[in-house]
Design a protein around this ligand. Structure first.
Ligand SMILES: Cc1ncc(COP(=O)(O)O)c(C=O)c1O
Length: 486
């Protein structure tokens, strides 16, 4: 029988119930001899008292209430929720990686430093760049690192009056946020009707105030920026630097190299492109790759190879400094390394090609029924315009909630902001044709439901442990702490 006891673990607590027995304290060794008195608690911790079996059932049951990439199709556009091969977990759990301490001296950490050094080389090769730092802990932090490097570079060249960063209107919100945080002024560049950067608008906005342009390629509309070489030329001619938001590298890894199409600095989202886990807020990794002229500004410490040994090198006076405690999320670096080694160059290329093929297959199936925002071949993702649903009295949010009843995690919705009521679908390379068909069938059936009886969508989800919640109330009056027997 399935455990359906929905109480919190605190409510299941029963005094004296234990998971294991600790030996009684040794009277010859009072606790104060082990822990200084000032650190000892004065009151007992308020922990639930439950048996091991209760703990296991409680958390396994909770884990089964949610969606995960291991249990459900998860086509979250722009977020690339790709399958994480289990071999990566095994490699990251090897004691030499899992039990190492960041304060251990480099002579005792040669293996992990070698892996990080090698990974930097691989990422530089994939990016077509000269140097890499693994330090940033997420894509957004990678962006900030790269933009601060551009700022330091311009300062070094006495060009600090270049204060503007150009960003296409389809960009992810972290791009303008990054620039504002780094002290730049954001200048928005329009998209043209084909979803590409509008070159006339770009030309009009370039000036001697331009510090850089940030582009996402493939863009957040799932389209390859066909004029990218022209765009980088224009920005360079105006004296600006080109930054690439590499969140969508899954579509072009081992096919096209940003360094070859004129990018000066970029970040990777390891958790999107190289299968390190993504979700729940991390831990992620956002390595930054750059061309030679920006290398002096990379964060320190850098990993240096000295003959057969690896060392941490902090002697780079023009560096922007440290951006993350220790060396970044090293467990993610190990997983990424395992993924790249397991696939090799041909495997990475096949992944990119299959990601693009899967997205185009799904788009072709859906475009007979839905409005595709830009109807041309897509890269790894595509955007549906959900505004026709409005006529039926339903919104994209209702479609997303109804998909849960069909066993699918909804795609990204309401992003990019320039597409009304949008659904942004990214199937990734790992999914089978059967899964893609089942997802397309579900969406088509939901469209039919919306025409016949919109209430089905408006009241969805019907089968989930939690029904439709009042999101406004949840954010205005959050209850984040259990106060049951306080
Ligand atoms: C295009 C794009 N840029 C940047 C980011 C930020 O990356 P992260 O979530 O790793 O900070 C995302 C995240 O979804 C993204 O899709």
């Amino acid at each position: 029988m399935k455990d359906t006891d929905d109480r919190l673990i605190f409510e299941k607590s029963s005094p004296g119930r234990r998971t294991g027995q600790l030996p009684p304290p040794d009277p010859k060794m009072p606790i104060e001899t082990l822990i200084p008195g000032k650190f000892l608690r004065e009151t007992e911790p308020r922990l639930p008292e439950v048996s091991e079996l209760e703990v296991v059932r409680h958390y396994v049951r909770l884990s089964q209430k949610t969606f995960s990439i291991d249990t459900n199709f998860y086509p979250l556009g722009s977020c690339t929720m790709k399958y994480n091969p289990k071999i990566n977990e095994k490699v990251a759990a090897l004691p030499g990686f899992a039990q190492i301490h960041p304060h251990q001296p480099p002579e005792q950490a040669q293996g992990v430093l070698e892996v990080m050094h090698e990974l930097q080389r691989y990422l530089a090769e994939i990016a077509g760049m000269d140097a890499v730092t693994l330090q940033p802990a997420a894509g957004a932090q990678g962006e900030l690192t790269g933009i601060l490097m551009i700022k330091a570079y311009l300062h070094d060249r006495k060009q600090s009056d270049r204060v503007q960063v150009l960003i296409p209107d389809s960009a992810h919100g972290t791009n303008p946020a990054t620039c504002a945080l780094a002290g730049f002024k954001v200048v928005s560049v329009k998209s043209d009707p084909r979803g590409a950067i509008d070159l006339a608008d770009l030309r009009a906005k370039l000036s001697d105030k331009t510090a850089a342009m940030m582009v996402t390629n493939p863009s957040t509309l799932g389209l390859f920026e066909e004029q990218i070489a022209r765009i980088t030329d224009l920005v360079h001619q105006a004296g600006g630097q080109m930054y690439l938001d590499g969140a969508n590298m899954n579509a072009i890894q081992a096919v096209a190299r940003p360094g070859d199409f004129g990018i000066d600095v970029m970040h990777f989202n390891l958790h999107k492109t190289f299968s390190t886990p993504h979700g729940g807020g991390g831990p992620g990794a956002g390595p930054v790759a750059c061309k030679r002229h920006l290398e002096p500004f990379l964060p320190i410490p850098r990993i240096a190879r000295e003959g057969q040994r690896f060392a941490l090198d902090g002697n780079h006076p023009r560096s922007i400094g440290r951006v993350k405690s220790f060396f970044g999320n090293v467990g993610m670096h190990v997983r990424c390394y395992a993924y790249i080694r397991a696939h090799g160059a041909a495997g990475l290329r096949a992944n990119a090609e299959n990601a693009v093929l899967n997205a185009n297959y799904l788009m072709a199936r859906l475009k007979k029924h839905f409005k595709v925002h830009v109807d041309r071949p897509c890269m790894h993702e595509f955007v549906l315009n959900g505004s026709p649903f409005r006529k039926l009295g339903v919104h994209t949010l209702d479609v997303a909630k109804r998909l849960l009843d069909y066993g699918f995690h909804p795609p990204t919705i309401y992003f990019p902001l320039i597409v009304p009521e949008c659904l942004m679908i990214e199937p990734t390379e790992s999914e089978s044709r059967e899964t893609l068909d089942a997802f397309a069938d579900a969406l088509i059936r939901i469209l039919d439901e919306a025409k016949r009886d919109p209430k089905i969508l408006l009241e969805a989800p019907h089968t989930m442990p939690v029904r439709r919640v009042n999101e406004v109330k949840a954010s205005r009056e959050p209850i984040v702490r259990w106060t049951g027997n306080a």
